[in-house]
Each structure stands twice: as structure tokens, then as C-alpha cells.
Design a protein around this ligand. Structure first.
Ligand code: HEC
Length: 198
């Protein structure tokens, strides 16, 4: 009787030992596999000069231009002034003129330029146009060529407004460009602002 009892006692111990061993082996294998093939430890974050995280951006930057937008009350009451006002109107209410049921042409979607370029492109931190007149024509990486304001405006009509652009010679394009130039009158030509669009 004794030997059987002894075996009866030892067997569960052996099974437990085997299970422990198996668990240990599985654990080691899992650790090795995750080390070899698992997600790599993310690289330490690189310090980036970011205006948004460093308090107020420097005066004169793209987002907070040193020269504020000129007062619309100073737009002259001349033919040139009417063109500037029409340009501003087109930026603010693009869809009404050029959208799906536009009164001038049906070229763009239901958006207005100022959905993205806030306050008709005059607001800091909101894709303002203040430095556009000073920095265009400029080299653009997208096309690899020097582009004027008209081409940049056309780009937004085609991409951002998912439509077709008004021709460069059209009353509408000329009015938009006139408005953008009027907005940038206080910024010296060639002035490069930080974080400006490319
Ligand atoms: C869906 C959003 C959106 C709409 C709508 C839109 N734009 Fe833009 N536009 C952008 C973005 C984004 C940029 C690039 C800004 C940047 O990189 O800082 C840009 C850039 C520009 C620039 C160049 C600015 C610079 O400083 O180089 C001009 C000019 C411009 N848009 C004109 C227009 C006009 C005109 C319209 C309306 C016909 C329009 N955009 C509608 C998003 C939009």
C-alpha cells in the first residue's frame, strides 16, 4: 500500500511542477517574441519651436501680424475701392456668388473663403491674408514654380472649395486680388513671416 500512496502523493506535485515549467517557458517565449517583433519604444519627443506652446507669438509673425488689418472704412469710394469691396464680399460670401447656385457663376461648393480665412482673411491665427501681398509671387513647393496671388487663390478654389477657379482675367479674380493687396498694404514687400503658408 505504501508505495502506491507515495506515488499518489507525488503525481500531482509533478503535474504542478510541469505546469509551472510550461508557464515559465511560455512566458519567456512571449517576452522574447514581443522584444523582437513587438512595437518599438517610441522615440523621445523632439523639441519643436512652436508658437502655440510658447505663449503669445512674436509680433510680426504670420499669426499675429505686427501691422493690423487696415480699417475697411478707409477703402476709398472710387472704382478701385468698389473693386476692393467686391473682393472682400466674394471672400466673405463666396457661395452666394460662386457656389452651387451662385449668382455670378456655379463653380464652387457651399463654403465661403472665410470659413477658413476668418473675418475675410484678417484674423490672427486664422489663415489671414495680411502677408500675402508682401510675399507673392513666390516659389511654391507644390508646383515647383513661382506663383502669383491668382494661382494661390485658384488653388484654394479648386482644392478647398472643391470646384473650379474663376479665370485670372475675370472681374471676380481681379477683385479678390485687389482686396488681398489692399489688406497687405502696410507690410513691406518681401517681408518673410514665420509659419507662413507654403
Ligand atoms: C477649407 C478651408 C479653406 C477654404 C474654404 C479656403 N482656403 Fe485658402 N487656404 C487654406 C489653407 C489651409 C491655406 C494654407 C494656410 C497655411 O498653410 O497657413 C490657404 C491658403 C490661402 C492663401 C495663401 C496664404 C499665404 O499666406 O500664403 C490664399 C491667398 C488663399 N488661401 C485664398 C483663398 C481664397 C480666395 C478662398 C476662397 C475662394 C480660400 N482661400 C478658401 C484653406 C482654405
Amino acid at each position: 500500500m505504501e508505495p502506491t500512496e507515495e506515488r499518489g502523493l507525488k503525481l500531482p506535485q509533478l503535474v504542478r511542477l510541469l505546469m509551472l515549467l510550461t508557464a515559465a517557458v511560455v512566458l519567456v517565449v512571449v517576452v522574447v517574441i514581443t522584444q523582437l517583433y513587438g512595437p518599438k519604444t517610441p522615440p523621445a519627443p523632439v523639441a519643436v519651436e512652436d508658437e502655440a506652446t510658447q505663449g503669445p507669438p512674436p509680433a510680426g509673425s504670420y499669426h499675429r501680424p505686427a501691422t493690423p488689418a487696415p480699417d475697411t472704412a478707409t477703402i476709398p469710394h472710387t472704382a478701385a475701392g468698389r473693386q476692393i469691396r467686391y473682393g472682400r464680399e466674394l471672400i466673405a460670401h463666396t457661395a452666394q456668388y460662386l457656389g452651387l447656385r451662385g449668382s455670378v457663376a456655379q463653380l464652387t461648393n457651399g463654403m465661403n473663403c472665410q470659413n477658413c480665412h476668418l473675418q475675410a482673411g484678417t484674423q490672427g491665427f486664422a489663415n489671414n491674408y495680411l502677408a500675402v501681398a508682401a510675399t507673392y509671387p513666390k516659389m511654391r513647393a507644390r508646383s515647383g514654380s513661382v506663383e502669383g496671388i491668382e494661382k494661390r487663390v485658384a488653388d484654394c478654389m479648386e482644392r478647398s472649395l472643391n470646384g473650379r477657379a474663376v479665370p485670372d482675367s475675370s472681374r471676380e479674380m481681379q477683385a479678390i486680388v485687389a482686396y488681398i493687396k489692399w489688406l497687405g498694404q502696410g507690410i513691406p514687400k518681401g517681408k518673410r513671416c514665420t509659419a507662413q503658408a507654403s
